[in-house]
Design a protein around this ligand. Structure first.
Ligand SMILES: C[C@](O)(CO)[C@H](O)COP(=O)(O)OP(=O)(O)OC[C@H]1O[C@@H](n2ccc(N)nc2=O)[C@H](O)[C@@H]1O
Ligand SMILES: Nc1ncnc2c1ncn2[C@@H]1O[C@H](COP(=O)(O)OP(=O)(O)OP(=O)(O)O)[C@@H](O)[C@H]1O
Length: 284
């Protein structure tokens, strides 16, 4: 039976600027996305039953709302192999934490089923389908460190020195929609003009989220004692950047036990793309 296991990596927004708001309510952003070498694990197995099944860590998400199910359903009309699929999910990424776990699961599902169902869609066709599922899905389809503009769908490659990141989930859930509809969110950061440097960047959601969720403020204050730190996306996860793994792991050991955290390295290319290439080579 055809079986494929892939990692759906976390992303970090190394900065996030909000430049304005469109008539449909979505925000114009500039954000530097990097992929981490850590994520959820998804196993795809073709089945003779003509349906989409999801097993594993899916508690709390009705099947039809699961982004894995939505992604698989979006590809159904394009499949050239009349088989169903069972997807087994092992969740490692905090949900609604700003590390893009749901979007990454969706992108990984599109990439896997494009191969297993022989849909023969290009990455840009997959990214267009993914954008209907979430603003961050195209970033994971692209699978590279990238500067995102527009609502997150206009991507340009970007070279960035790789670091080790300690990512801390303070245990509070921040609703992206709530932050983006708050009148107090700044929406007027001027677009970056080349050449720009990381020192002139920030996360425009950070001050508002810190005010609404004191645990996020506490997390950032604690991380900043050790290394340059920021919030990712609309939170609640925050990250600190280190030059080496040992220091990041040492700080993780010191972390208050009410928080959860992991240490991961940034990667130029998404681990999903590397694993898929290896699998395809073996199948040839
Ligand atoms: C801000 C980021 O976290 C940066 O990575 C993402 O762009 C958000 O991505 P996401 O969670 O996949 O977002 P979606 O599921 O598409 O949208 C959630 C909500 O966020 C708001 N939203 C999202 C992206 C964007 N560019 N402008 C917005 O205003 C919308 O109100 C939407 O209802
Ligand atoms: N497979 C899935 N994994 C995680 N969340 C999912 C999944 N399917 C649907 N969801 C829903 O999507 C919501 C957002 O999930 P996600 O983990 O992508 O948020 P996030 O890390 O804040 O992402 P972003 O940075 O893109 O805003 C969750 O609260 C959950 O209800």
């Amino acid at each position: 039976m055809t079986k494929l296991t892939l990692t759906a990596p976390a992303k970090l927004n190394l900065f996030l600027h909000i430049n304005g708001q469109r008539d449909d309510g979505y925000h114009e952003l500039e954000s530097l996305f990097t992929m981490l070498d850590f994520g959820d694990e998804l196993t795809f197995e073709l089945s003779d039953y003509d349906d989409i099944e999801i097993s594993g860590d899916v508690q709390g998400i009705p099947k039809e709302d699961n982004l894995i199910y939505k992604a698989a359903s979006a590809l159904l009309p394009r499949r050239r192999v009349k088989k169903g699929v069972t997807v087994h999910l092992t969740k490692h990424l905090p949900m609604g934490g700003g590390v893009g776990g749901g979007s990454s699961d969706a992108a990984t599902t599109l990439l896997a089923l494009n191969t297993l169902w022989n849909c023969q869609l290009s990455l840009s066709e997959l990214a267009n389908i993914g954008l209907q599922l979430g603003a961050d899905v195209p970033v994971f389809i692209n699978g590279k460190t990238a500067l995102a503009q527009g609502v997150g769908e206009q991507l340009s490659s970007f070279e960035q020195a790789h670091k080790w990141y300690l990512v801390v989930a303070p245990g509070v859930h921040v609703s992206t929609a709530k932050i983006f509809t708050d009148p107090a969110l700044p929406r007027d950061t001027p677009k970056l003009k080349a050449p720009w440097s990381m020192t002139e960047t920030r996360n425009d959601c950070e001050e508002l989220v810190k005010k609404l969720y004191p645990e996020v403020e506490k997390t950032l204050t604690w991380l900043l004692k050790y290394a340059p730190s920021r919030m990712t996306g609309t939170g609640s996860c925050c990250f600190a950047a280190f030059d080496d793994e040992q220091t990041a792991q040492r700080v993780l050991q010191d972390m208050p036990s009410s928080w959860q955290g992991f240490v991961a390295k940034s990667a130029s290319e998404s681990i999903t793309h590397k694993q898929l290439a290896t699998w395809l080579n073996k199948e040839k």
